[in-house]
Ligand binder design. Structure first.
Ligand SMILES: Cc1cc2nc3c(=O)[nH]c(=O)nc-3n(C[C@H](O)[C@H](O)[C@H](O)COP(=O)(O)OP(=O)(O)OC[C@H]3O[C@@H](n4cnc5c(N)ncnc54)[C@H](O)[C@@H]3O)c2cc1C
Length: 504
């Protein structure tokens, strides 16, 4: 350890964000001499939601040396191949956003260009028929992707639905095993250094004082350090994202739970949307809504009308303000999780943003001089990442087709951020999909939402015309058959989960 190295890291908060950060950093810096302390308050508890993930979570815990099967068993998890959107285009119509590809690109030309031509000629099938992820999800089947890239079963990815409390406990076990010190106590005061306003310490209700060189604020929406002490400021995105409240409810399964759907459901209602997340032992539900368009009582009634399993908890109302902290890293404090910002639960992006935040901390880990360049780089990357997720989420609302409902009409009419307007125009005019470095959702995800909501390009890439239509017809038929055969060979999701439980 050099004299200027950070010696004491204090993580404030023991929710999903705090324990993921503690586990990952403790393992990453295990021989460096860095001492990590995590303070949490059992009196306050955690937010208790956050059960749907995207595939990057699997890379995150694999880096901690934990296998898929072990996480699934420890967290009552089910598998997630996709999100199914019901009623977003119009009541009664549904589509999937899968974790996987639609068809195959050819020599740099996106498959969707070939599909657009075939579709215009009335040939081939609808786009989702060329997505194994969609077809597996729709058939309620699941298997691990084949490791051999030549196998048709290799072209999809998957994530988990898990019990957030059990996942945080698993992360806590890893953190403690790697030397993290856990403190249960209520922080009442944050001590700032006179000369530069850096955080020196946090003081607990029982008068204990914890000093640190670097603080990671994972204290949830309250942003105890980043906002409460450092007054960093918040960029509010509620002009674009109208949902600002959710009511969450845990129930039994809608059916007998023997074959839970391998996807999250997102069901549009009059003033927002409802999630249904199947776990092994129960179902997570919630209605995310705009308080400007529906009262709490009516939102709760909508939720009750649309779950059929018995309630296991009281409904919990959760207010939120879409946006992000103006600076995710300010002085010697880095905010992660809800303390850094929150868009809304659609597309399950919050835990993924915690993962990428942790990666950036590892990449730019400071020493006691807190080099300005690293801080600026961190903040710039974080801002871009949040903005790109924001744009992807706004897209869902902007393209909705539910005419005649004030909430959905307002969403359709909203003026989107310039960054999204440019992307949408490029897609509309020539089918071009913009790809950025700091972007969680890649081209296939954008295609899924554009196509699912009926926003198609006006023309396809003319390079497609160099392929004979007969040839394309043959290839399309083969591809469709290959997806169909692959789905046939895969067991029901429930069977896969039961097999997992029987493993020693
Ligand atoms: C309605 C809703 C649905 C969501 N669904 C999803 C989803 O499906 N997928 C997804 O990826 N994300 C989802 N999220 C986000 C997800 O819940 C969070 O990203 C995740 O739970 C991390 O939360 P956190 O650890 O930042 O905060 P919290 O869970 O709130 O933890 C805060 C911690 O700080 C501690 N603390 C606070 N104040 C003090 C104090 N004074 N002293 C000591 N300790 C203190 C608390 O005790 C707690 O341990 C959802 C969020 C909402 C609101």
């Amino acid at each position: 350890m050099n004299t200027n190295d950070i010696e004491r890291l204090v993580i404030v908060g023991g929710g999903t964000a705090g324990w993921m950060t503690a586990a990952s950093l403790a393992r990453h810096f295990r021989n460096s001499g860095l001492r990590i302390t995590l303070v949490e308050s059992s009196a306050i508890g955690t937010i208790g939601v956050g059960e749907a993930t995207i595939p990057s979570i699997r890379r995150f815990y694999r880096d901690l040396g934990i296998a898929d099967e072990d996480v699934m068993k420890a967290t009552q998890a089910t598998c997630k191949l996709a999100i199914r959107f019901d009623g977003w285009r119009r009541p009664g119509a549904g589509f999937y956003h899968p974790f996987g590809l639609f068809g195959h690109d050819v020599r740099g030309i996106g498959f969707h260009h070939f599909w657009l031509k075939m579709n215009a000629l009335g040939l081939g099938a609808d786009l989702p028929q060329y997505s194994l992820g969609v077809q597996l999800a729709d058939a309620g089947r699941f298997t691990m992707p084949a490791p051999n890239p030549a196998s048709p079963l290799s072209i999809f990815d998957w994530a988990l639905h898990f019990d957030a409390g059990l996942f945080a406990r698993l992360m806590k076990d890893v953190a403690l095993a790697n030397g993290v010190e856990a403190v249960d106590g209520l922080i009442e005061e944050v001590g700032l250094r006179g000369e530069d306003g850096f955080i020196e310490s946090v003081k607990l209700a029982d008068a204990r004082i914890l000093e640190g060189d670097l603080f990671i604020d994972c204290s949830g929406f309250r942003g105890l350090l980043i906002e409460g002490a450092l007054e960093t400021g918040y960029e509010d995105w509620s002009d674009w994202l109208f949902c600002d409240r959710a009511v969450a409810l845990q129930t039994g399964h809608d059916d007998d739970g023997a074959n839970p759907p391998p996807y999250t459901r997102s069901i549009a209602h009059a003033a927002g949307w409802q999630w249904k997340i199947p776990l092994r032992h129960r179902q997570g539900n919630g209605y995310v809504f705009s308080s400007g368009h529906v009262s709490d009582d009516d939102a709760l009634q909508t939720l009750f009308q649309n779950v059929s399993g018995p309630a296991r908890t009281d409904p919990a109302f959760i207010p939120f303000r879409p946006g992000r902290r103006k600076l995710a890293w300010h002085r010697n404090c880095i905010a992660l999780g809800l303390a850094a910002g929150f868009l809304e639960p659609l597309e399950s992006t919050s835990i993924a943003l915690i993962e990428t935040g942790i990666e950036k901390i590892k990449l730019l880990f400071p020493d006691k001089s807190f080099d300005r360049g690293s801080i600026d780089e961190f903040n710039e990357m974080t801002a871009l990442e949040y903005e790109r997720v924001r744009d992807f989420i706004i897209l869902h609302y902007k393209l909705n087709g539910r005419a005649g409902e004030p909430f959905w009409d307002a969403c359709r009419e909203l003026e989107v951020p310039d960054s999204l307007a440019r992307k949408m125009a490029l897609f509309r005019n020539r089918g071009h999909l913009v790809k950025y470095r700091w972007e969680i959702f890649q081209a296939p995800s954008w295609i899924a939402i554009y196509h699912g909501l009926g926003y198609l390009p006006l023309r396809y890439d003319p390079a497609v015309d160099s392929y004979e239509v007969d040839y394309l017809e043959r290839v399309f038929a083969e591809m469709e058959a290959s997806v169909r055969d692959a789905v046939e060979s895969v067991p029901a999701h429930g069977g896969f989960l039961a097999g997992l439980e029987q493993e020693p």
